[in-house]
Write a protein that binds this ligand. Structure first.
Ligand code: CTP
Ligand code: MG
Length: 398
C-alpha cells in the first residue's frame, strides 16, 4: 500500500512510569527487538515509502536516533511532558511536508492490525477530520469508589478508543495551538471542537501497554511473530595435519578448547583447534562478512599459537550484532585417535561457555576413517560442522 499525502507520527515520548522497568515501554525488548522497532517494521511493511517521524524523550534519544538511521526514518525529535504536547511537536516537525493527513500512533501499542491500517489509509483519499479504531465494550460498566460499586452505566453507544488515528493535519495543528488544555488523544481534540470523528472497528490485540501485566499478556503474541525470523544454516570445515616428526615429547592437541594428550601434535598457525575453527566458520557463514582466514589471516604474526576461542568469541559477537541466536551446532570430528567420545562432554561444556548458550544445543560426534585414506593413515584430523541460527528476515525488516 502506498500513500502520498499521509505522514506517520510515532509517539514514543513517554516515560512508562506505570510499568516497573528501567527502560521506557517503547524500549523494552521481546526476543531482541524493542517495541518501538516492532512498530517501525509493521508500518514500513504496510505503507510503502511513508515518512515516519518518531517523537522521543531525552532518555531514549541516542538509541532512537540509531534506529532512525537503521530504517532511514526522519531524525527523531523530542516530545513534551504530556502526550498532546508530544503530538504537537511531531506536527511541527513534519509541517514542511505539508501533509494532508497525519497518522498518529502510540508506540506503547506494539500490535497493529493490517486491516486497521488499510482502512485508515483508505480514508486518506477522502475528506475527513479524524478516523479512529474503536472497540465495543462487552463487559458491564459501573462507577466505583475505592472498592465499592456506585451506579450502573448503560454500555450501549460506548466504545473504547485506540490508535493509530488518522487526522487532518492542518486542522489538528490549529486546534492544538488554540486549546491549551490536556487532551488524551487526537479524537478528543476534534470532538472538543464538535468536528466529526469517524469510527472504524479496532483490534483487541492493539492493547496499550500501561502496566507490566499488559506486557505479560501481549508477550506470547509478540514472540509468536515468527514471520520476522528465519533459520539459516552455516557450514564449517577444517583440517589440520599431524606433525610426523619422531621423538617430540609431551605431545598434545587441542580440540574444542580441550587439551588432549596425543602421540603427535597438530601443525597450524594458531593452536590448530579444528573443531573451534569449523564452528567459527559455520557461524561466520551466517553472518556472511568473511571467513576465519580472511578475518584472522595466518600471515599475521599475532595469531601465531593463538587460543582459538578468540576466533569463536569474535564470530559470536558478530552474530549478536545481527541479533542471531544459535538453535544448534552439530559437529563431526574425523580421526583415528584420540577417541572423541572420551572428551566430547568436556568440549560441549567449554563451547557452551564460550558462546554463552545451553550445552544441549551442541552435539559433538567422533568418527574414524576405518584406516582408509589420509585420516586412516593418521596424517591429520578433520572437523565438519553445521550450525542452525535464527536471524531476522531481512526482507521483512527492510
Ligand atoms: N507519550 C508521549 N509523550 C508523553 C507521554 C506519552 O509521546 N509526554 C506517548 C507514549 O510514549 C505512548 C503513548 O503516548 O506511546 C501513550 O502514553 P502512555 O501510555 O501514558 O505512556 P507513558 O506516558 O510512557 O506511560 P506512563 O503514563 O505510565 O508514564
Ligand atoms: Mg503517560
Amino acid at each position: 500500500m502506498i500513500s502520498n499525502n499521509v505522514v506517520l507520527i510515532l509517539l514514543a515520548g513517554g516515560k512508562g512510569t506505570r510499568v516497573n522497568k528501567k527502560t521506557t515501554k517503547q524500549m523494552i525488548s521481546v526476543k531482541n527487538i524493542t517495541i518501538l522497532e516492532m512498530n517501525i517494521i509493521k508500518f514500513k511493511k504496510q505503507i510503502r515509502n511513508i515518512s515516519i517521524q518518531i517523537v522521543t524523550n531525552n532518555q531514549d534519544f541516542l538509541k532512537v536516533s540509531n534506529l532512525c538511521r537503521k530504517y532511514s526514518l526522519l531524525n527523531p525529535i523530542l516530545g513534551g511532558d504530556e502526550r498532546h504536547k508530544s503530538t504537537y511537536n511531531g506536527l511541527k516537525a513534519v509541517e514542511h511536508f505539508e501533509p494532508k493527513y497525519v497518522l498518529i500512533h502510540d508506540t506503547a501499542r506494539p500490535i497493529i492490525s493490517s486491516n486497521v491500517i488499510k482502512k485508515l489509509i483508505s480514508y486518506s483519499k477522502k475528506e475527513v477530520f479524524c478516523v479512529v479504531p474503536v472497540l465495543k465494550i462487552n463487559d458491564a460498566i459501573r462507577t466505583i469508589t475505592t472498592n465499592t460499586l456506585k451506579s450502573t452505566i448503560d454500555k450501549k453507544n460506548k466504545v473504547l478508543v485506540q490508535t493509530p488515528q488518522l487526522c487532518n493535519f492542518k486542522i489538528l495543528k490549529k486546534l492544538l495551538e488554540k486549546n491549551k488544555k490536556k487532551f488524551e488523544d487526537e479524537s478528543s481534540v476534534f470532538l472538543n471542537n464538535s468536528l466529526k470523528v469517524i469510527a472504524i472497528e479496532g483490534d483487541p490485540l492493539t492493547l496499550k501497554i500501561t502496566y507490566e501485566k499488559d506486557l505479560n499478556l501481549l508477550e506470547p503474541h509478540l514472540s509468536r511473530n515468527k514471520s520476522t525470523y528465519i533459520t539459516k544454516i552455516g557450514n564449517g570445515f577444517d583440517i589440520h595435519r599431524f606433525d610426523n616428526r619422531k621423538n617430540i615429547k609431551n605431545n598434545f592437541i587441542i580440540i574444542g578448547g580441550i587439551k588432549i594428550k596425543n602421540p603427535k601434535r597438530l601443525i597450524g598457525h594458531s593452536d590448530s583447534d579444528v573443531l573451534l575453527h569449523a564452528i567459527t566458520d559455520s557461524i561466520l557463514g551466517v553472518v556472511n562478512k568473511g571467513d576465519i582466514g580472511s578475518i584472522f589471516p595466518p600471515s599475521e604474526k599475532k595469531w601465531q599459537n593463538a587460543d582459538s576461542s578468540i576466533f569463536l568469541k569474535h564470530a559470536s559477537k558478530l552474530l549478536q550484532k545481527i541479533h542471531g541466536t544459535i538453535n544448534n551446532i552439530d559437529a563431526i570430528i574425523v580421526c583415528e585417535t584420540p577417541k572423541i567420545l572420551d572428551y566430547s562432554k568436556q568440549m560441549q561444556e567449554n563451547i557452551a561457555k564460550i558462546l554463552k548458550i545451553n550445552e544441549q544445543k551442541i552435539s559433538i560426534k567422533g568418527k574414524t576413517s576405518e584406516s582408509i585414506g589420509f585420516i586412516g593413515r593418521q596424517e591429520g584430523i578433520v572437523a565438519m560442522v553445521s550450525t542452525a541460527i535464527q536471524v531476522r528476515d531481512k526482507h521483512f525488516s527492510e
